[in-house]
Design a protein around this ligand. Sequence first.
Ligand SMILES: [Zn+2]
Length: 287
Amino acid sequence: MAGGAVSPLTMFRTRFAPSPTGPLHLGHAYSAILAHDRARAVGGEFLLRMEDTDLERCRPEWEAQIVDDLTWLGVEWDGPILRQSDKLADYNARIEPLAAQGLLYPCSCTRADIRAALSAPQEGVAFAVYPGTCRGRGMETRHPGDALRLNLVAALDVIGADVTFTETGPSHAGTHHIDRANALAQIGDVVLSRKGEEIVAYFLASAFDDADQGVSHVIRGEDLFDFTPVQVILQRLLDLPTPTYHHHPLIRDDQGKRLAKRDDARAIARYRAEGATPQDIRRMVGL
Ligand SMILES: [Zn+2]
């Protein structure tokens, strides 16, 4: 950090936060280069975070490959790499105050129970909205292995009416107001954690880390736009600042399908092995 000259409030700081569950592909490279270049253009900071809360699917060798590919691409990050797997107990401890406020309840529904309770398929929404089967349960009924859910009605009552965030990405640019009816219909009582198994929701860990790392601008793919309202709600409940969001279009393949981790043909390592240069990759993603 440049000493003293820049106020922390005006510092531009962004991050790239891959999950080490597969190779870095063109879509990741686009996101990383975009965020990196934007930070460097304004004299800000660029951080690297491994979103490795999924202990079953994340692998150290994928992280090593991601680090190697980013270095090859000329994407340099400031400070140490943050690993979410180091913070699982911390995330769980930090949502306990919400339980004391009556905003959490234990849930023992299995996925099949939840599916059966839903009347219609939830096509096109980020969350399978929970029907509220366990909403009446008190925290004293919590069993080991129960999930903790956010009581969204109670949470919206606590944070009040005018909850907004700013989006600068091309598809959703503007000020977004979180509408109560929409939130209840599209988000519902989300699972935040499952303590015994050290499971924490992706969007919760990410919201804590953006705050902990002083991220002023979140730059990420449009596939994550639908998670933003629940993150902003959690930020209000947990007294965390709300960054500015920029959701960029996804890099798609020739058929218009979004790239996935399984698309090894688009892996940066593959292009490298075939003799591509970092400039070739930039050209391919339009940066
Ligand atoms: Zn339940």
